[in-house]
Structures are given as structure tokens and as C-alpha cells.
Write a protein that binds this ligand. Structure first.
Ligand code: ADP
Ligand code: TRP
Length: 330
């Protein structure tokens, strides 16, 4: 059996260093050990939060550019946009019809949204949010992916996908492979400038696709304490140090530890962080700037991606339609 990895990236906001270290880099690395890799831009997932149209399309562009600039090779992978493959939505409906509502009631995303409500627990909750794991199952099962690299917060969705696939196989015909999750970022999550998890929802990001100047400004904003240069500092509870560790060699980390003991000033520590992050992401930035010059690039790439991927989806959906009795009358 071919080993096929597949992962989706929701197109909301602008990619940051946390996405780069926690998702993009490891997923590209992982692809080397698989026969086929599928990466897609999950724009139908992005509308769940009812973002403005301009934000969704800007994000499709930026997320696509981030993956390409980070080294994704569209000739070796299947790279496409979810909305270009309408068969996924068709499958999503079919899967909705075999999915127990009780299974969706247990979804963490849905439960955490209801837990914020007091009087009416379903206030502000759309069917999109409620059935989001079914769309994700359709993304995965459409291509019979064997392995799905995701962050730890997505484990439940892969378990639900296996449940839904098993139910369909049982009710109709053995059609779907039960996919396995590959959990990324066993490392701790990358902190943002305020020390919490870096996330576009918290407005604390260091953007990946920024100019040198913007990168410097973001790093300068990292919250530290009021210790003066010359005062010994604790590296163990420091965002600057935590970020530095992702980019530096063991020896450099030890050297910075000594600098902390010897009272390095925050300005100098941030400068060291800037230098090392900048060196790491410079090739990404250069490639990003080159890609930006090619105005048609993203549209051309997505249209090529759809041409490669749609026939696979069509074949699958034809076979599923026939299993469920939606086919030519004989
Ligand atoms: P955000 O929290 O900014 O909305 P997403 O939920 O869109 O980010 O995450 C996209 C991918 O990036 C996921 O695989 C997620 O696990 C990873 N990721 C996001 N933030 C971080 C972080 N701070 N550290 C490590 N990985 C992260
Ligand atoms: N829900 C995932 C996230 O928020 C993105 C996603 C959508 C996905 N469809 C997927 C991931 C299919 C893996 C497989 O990160």
C-alpha cells in the first residue's frame, strides 16, 4: 500500500514563526519518507469564523507563498485549494449522513464554544462549526491518506475521521483507509511576543514573511522584565531565550545562558535573537520576494494543482456514489 501523507492549512491570517517551526518545516521534512504528499489550503474551513472575503483570499495567497517559500515543491507534491475540488463538499454531505450527532456533540471545538455561553448554550454556534470535523474527514478520506501530520489539538478530529470511515465501510462497502495521525511539535509550542502560545488569535505573532525591519520591530516588542544591563538574568523563564533555542546550536545556547548570568542587556539579547532568526528565515524571505514578482504564480499553481488532484477525487466520488445508490438507473 502506498504511504500517502495529507495535511490541510486553514487560510486565516498571516503565517507566523510558530506555524513555520511547528507545522510547515516538520511537514516538509516528513514528506521525504512518504510515497506521496498532499498539502492543501483549507479555505472552506476558513469561512467557519465568517471572516471577511478579502481576508480569506489574502490569506490563501500568504499561506500558499509561505509554503512555497519554505521549500514546498509543487512538482513533487499535490498542492491545491480545497474549494477547487468540489467533490470534497459532496463527500462531506455523504459523510454527514453516516455521522452520529452524538459524535459531533463530543467535539472539543464545539464544546469549548458552548462552554463560553451561559443562558443559551448554542448561541452563536453555526452548523459549520458543529460539523467541522466531518468536512475535515472528507478532506482526508477523499484521497485515502494513510498518515495525517497535525498539531496535538487535532488528534480528536483524526479519531473522528477513523470513526466515520469505519461506519461508512460497515454500512456500504470497504472504501476508506483508516488514517493515522502523526503528531507534530512534540516540542513545546512556540511562544509569542507576550510569552503565551504564538497565535494569530492572540495578536502576539512574529510574522514569517516580513522584511528585516519588521522582524526587528517584532522582536523588539517581546515582553521582558525591568532588569538593567549588568543584572544577572534567569534564562529559564524568558521568551527571548525560549525563541532563541529553536534556532541556535547547543553551543550557542550554552553561550547565551552564560551571557544571561553575566547580565546581558535586553537590547543585546534581542539583537542576538534577531540575528539568528534572520539568518534562518532569510532564504525564505528572498524566495518569497521573488515569488511576489510573479503575479500569476499562485493562480497558475492552484489551477495546475486542481488539474492533478480533481481526477483522483472524481474517481473516488464516482465509486462512492455507486456504493450509496446515486448512479445511473439500470
Ligand atoms: P494559529 O494558532 O495562529 O491560528 P493555526 O491554528 O492556524 O495557528 O495553526 C496552523 C498550524 O501551525 C498547526 O499545525 C499548528 O499546530 C501550528 N502552530 C500554530 N501555532 C503554533 C505555535 N505557537 N507553536 C507551534 N506550532 C504552532
Ligand atoms: N483543521 C486543521 C487545523 O485547524 C486544518 C485542516 C483542515 C486539516 N482539513 C484538514 C488538517 C485535513 C489535516 C487534514 O489545523
Amino acid at each position: 500500500m502506498k504511504k500517502r501523507i495529507l495535511t490541510g492549512i486553514t487560510t486565516t491570517g498571516t503565517p507566523h514563526i510558530g506555524n513555520y517551526l511547528g507545522a510547515i518545516k516538520p511537514a516538509l521534512e516528513l514528506a521525504k519518507n512518504y510515497d506521496e504528499s498532499f498539502y492543501f489550503l483549507a479555505d472552506y474551513h476558513a469561512i467557519i469564523k465568517n471572516s471577511k472575503n478579502i481576508e480569506v483570499s489574502e490569506s490563501v495567497k500568504n499561506v500558499a507563498l509561505a509554503w512555497l517559500a519554505s521549500g514546498l515543491n509543487p512538482n513533487k507534491s499535490f498542492f491545491y485549494r480545497q474549494s477547487d475540488i468540489p467533490e470534497i463538499l459532496e463527500l462531506s454531505w455523504i459523510l454527514n449522513c453516516v455521522t452520529a450527532k452524538g459524535l459531533m456533540n463530543r467535539s472539543h471545538a464545539y464544546k469549548s464554544a458552548t462552554s463560553l455561553n451561559t443562558d443559551d448554550e448554542d448561541k452563536g454556534i453555526t452548523m459549520g462549526l458543529f460539523s467541522y470535523p466531518v468536512l475535515m474527514a472528507a478532506d482526508i478520506l477523499m484521497f485515502n491518506a494513510t498518515h495525517v501530520p497535525v498539531g496535538a489539538d487535532q488528534i480528536q478530529h483524526i479519531e473522528m475521521t477513523r470513526d466515520i470511515a469505519g461506519r461508512f465501510n460497515h454500512l456500504y462497502k470497504k472504501t476508506f483507509i483508516l488514517p493515522e495521525a502523526i503528531i507534530q511539535s512534540s516540542k513545546e509550542t512556540v511562544p509569542g511576543i507576550d510569552g503565551q502560545k504564538m497565535s494569530k488569535s492572540y495578536g502576539n505573532i512574529i510574522p514569517l514573511l516580513s522584511s528585516e525591519k519588521q522582524l526587528k520591530t517584532s522582536i523588539a516588542k517581546i515582553i521582558t522584565n525591568s532588569l538593567e544591563p549588568g543584572d544577572p538574568k534567569d534564562h529559564s523563564n524568558c521568551t527571548v531565550f525560549a525563541l532563541y533555542k529553536y534556532f541556535a546550536s547547543k553551543q550557542m545556547i550554552e553561550e547565551l545562558k552564560d551571557d544571561y548570568i553575566n547580565g546581558i542587556g535586553w537590547g543585546d539579547a534581542k539583537n542576538k535573537l534577531f540575528e539568528i532568526v534572520n539568518k534562518d528565515i532569510e532564504p525564505v524571505r528572498k524566495r518569497y520576494e521573488e515569488l511576489l514578482n510573479d503575479k500569476d504564480l499562485i493562480n497558475d499553481l492552484l489551477s495546475d494543482g486542481a488539474k492533478k488532484v480533481r481526477p483522483i477525487a472524481k474517481e473516488m466520488i464516482d465509486s462512492i456514489r455507486s456504493s450509496i445508490g446515486i448512479n445511473k438507473i439500470s
